[in-house]
Design a protein around this ligand. Structure first.
Ligand SMILES: NC(=O)c1ccc[n+]([C@@H]2O[C@H](COP(=O)([O-])OP(=O)(O)OC[C@H]3O[C@@H](n4cnc5c(N)ncnc54)[C@H](OP(=O)(O)O)[C@@H]3O)[C@@H](O)[C@H]2O)c1
Length: 234
């Protein structure tokens, strides 16, 4: 498979390394919006750039009929526009705020747990703590927001907050930025009598890169909008 790497930073470099191990070729890599002529030589594009450039890059790929896997976080308010673009162009798009296979399974467990606890929600405080390296631009992390969404969908709480003084009846999200941490997420459900705590820790960026490449291999010949749920069959 010929892969275009859009955004050749920490993630782009990890994707290049793992793609080669899996016998893929890199058609080009770029730290700018991709040129449509170069894109035509690619079977699929993998995009890990910046929140303010992701949408434009996705649009270029979809309009040029190149399936795209996107891992950039912090732009998700434009997802509805991507859906429209995909429909109009019969395009192919897959987004995940976290490509780690373990984290995608963690989401399923969190969903189930919040559903089971939801009848007793009044007794439980819910806290999501996320810790990342200092260069991460978005806060809270896209993954923390997906974890919170499960709790909200199961009506355990009505909203989330970053303010520990206003956490009553809300999910408290705590974001920390510490040197060299690829990603830690801890979800805690705590009553006066017990706590349930789940933690996911990414040891390095390769865990996201391999997930993104598996997703790219999976969507290459498909049409539509997908998530890691479909890729992993969960
Ligand atoms: N979904 C996941 O599993 C996952 C995992 C890890 C990270 N992420 C997210 O992925 C994104 C990138 O992370 P990273 O750690 O690789 O960041 P990074 O090291 O800062 O790399 C971002 C790269 O994008 C380039 N860039 C800037 N403008 C661009 C444009 N218009 N088009 C294409 N590339 C452009 C930057 O180039 P310059 O330096 O020249 O500006 C830089 O090389 C972030 O949003 C991060 O939160 C997601």
């Amino acid at each position: 498979m010929n892969i275009a790497i859009i955004g050749y930073g920490k993630m782009g470099k990890s994707i290049e390394k793992i793609a080669k191990v899996r016998n893929h070729k890199i058609s080009f890599f770029s730290n700018k919006s991709p040129c449509p002529i170069l894109l035509k030589k690619s079977d699929v594009a993998i995009e890990f750039s910046r929140p303010d450039s992701a949408f434009k890059n996705i649009k270029i790929c979809i309009e040029n009929h190149i399936p795209i896997v996107c891992g950039t976080t912090g732009w998700i308010e434009k997802l509805h526009l991507v859906k429209d673009l995909c429909e109009k162009n019969n395009g192919t798009f897959l987004y995940s705020s976290n490509f780690s296979i373990g984290m995608n399974i963690f989401h399923e467990i969190n969903h189930k747990l919040s559903k089971l606890l939801s009848p007793y929600s009044i007794n439980y405080e819910v806290k999501i703590e996320e810790i990342h390296h200092k260069e991460k631009l978005d806060k809270p992390s896209g993954t923390a927001l997906v974890l919170a969404k499960s709790v909200l969908n199961n009506q355990m709480k009505k909203t989330w907050t970053l303010d520990p003084n206003k956490k009553k009846d809300k999910i408290l999200i705590v974001s920390k930025r510490i040197e060299n941490i690829p990603g830690i997420h801890i979800v805690t459900y705590q009553s006066k009598m017990e706590s349930i705590e789940m933690q996911h820790k990414a040891h390095n960026r390769d865990v996201f890169a391999i997930g993104a490449i598996i997703a790219a291999e999976w969507i290459k010949d498909k049409k539509g909008i997908f998530s890691m749920k479909e890729v992993l069959g969960i």
